[in-house]
Write a protein that binds this ligand. Sequence first.
Ligand SMILES: Cc1ncc(COP(=O)(O)O)c(C=O)c1O
Length: 426
Amino acid sequence: MKPYSQMTKAELETEQEHVLSLLTDARELHLKLDMSRGKPCKEQLDLSMEMLTDLASAKDCLAGETDVRNYGVLGGLPEARAYFAELLGTTPDCVFVGGNASLQLMYDLISKAVTHGLKNSPTPWKNRKTLRFLCPAPGYDRHFRITESFGFDMIPIAMTEHGPDMDYVEQWVKDPDVVGMWCCPKFSNPDGIVYDDETVRRIAALQTAAPDFALIWDNAYVIHEFDTEYREFPDILSLADAAGNRDMVYEFASTSKITFPGAGISCMASSPENIAYLTKLIGVQTIGFDKINQLRHVRFLQSKQHTLELMQKHAAILKPHFDVVLDALETEIAPLEIARWTKPKGGYFISLYAMPGTAKKTLSLCKEAGVTMTPAGATYPKGQDPFDSNIRIAPSVPSVEELREASRILCLCLRLTALDQLLKLT
Ligand SMILES: Cc1ncc(COP(=O)(O)O)c(C=O)c1O
């Protein structure tokens, strides 16, 4: 098959008829497949079942002197703080261990900045006229929803293969209304980009006009390689400290994609002074998070090395899921030159760039044929992809067999929308 751009109008029309009939046949299958959210599949969840029986007696519930069944220890069990500190390459005094979701800690940080201000805020953010937030895009839809819900101006920052376009970031942070930035530095959602050392160094050394600038460093995929050896990632907290930005960074992580999403444990890491300031505020809303869950996680996961061994089992399950989709794209779409896509080594997503102006239509065709994907545009602030091109594929949940079907349908839909677009132009 030759590239669509090299086809005559007649050839395009013949191909359109052919693809349409294949898609009509596929619709008859009445499939119901979901590639919309990055979450572990059942076999992955099964890997952590042993954890649920770890605390069987009252004696098991003692962490040193602490009975984890009772109130207290707001900042998290020392064992859990040490566990996350090792994972992130920082020290336990920088770590606050929260509840079941890092997203909640992120929301809460922004919310507290608005209502009470951060440690270095001259005034709570609610008193400021304009609030701007830098949003590397495409990015994680739920990040953008948080800043959208507080009415911030969201400034899209282009992603490059090295991370966010730092020339723009360095210019934007000179604006005192720019109060923060979202980052997903390792296996970014959705592009799977790992920020390179130079980008991390430049981010750590940002000269921000806002004294309370909040760099949100969402390290959700810190140990989530599935197609390569684990690689250490620089510790942003010590780099920022060395660059004079001790209080700028708020790092987040969780065990959502290590054990059970929604029933794992999460953490926020920052300067000890920021952690002390925020712990005081958090102490108004809760007496403490779920320490039973913290203890069983620490007992089950043990250490970074032990967790990496578990992550290899996740990798062995995940990789074939990604391979099926990537193989289909390579065979069905690459020769036609109508899209490009990422080939991630970790994380949970493949990010596909369809012919500009066709992503929404492609996904609505997929839906009609029984394949649900993250809505087009979701990966951009306010759900608006300026090119209507990016499609986020989450291949973890469907079985390999189902993925074969779903990928076939996605490829047909990509072909059909590209053909429609090209025929409009001829
Ligand atoms: C970048 C990123 N951050 C955070 C989360 C959610 O993490 P948690 O379950 O800890 O709230 C996700 C989930 O997909 C994610 O992709």
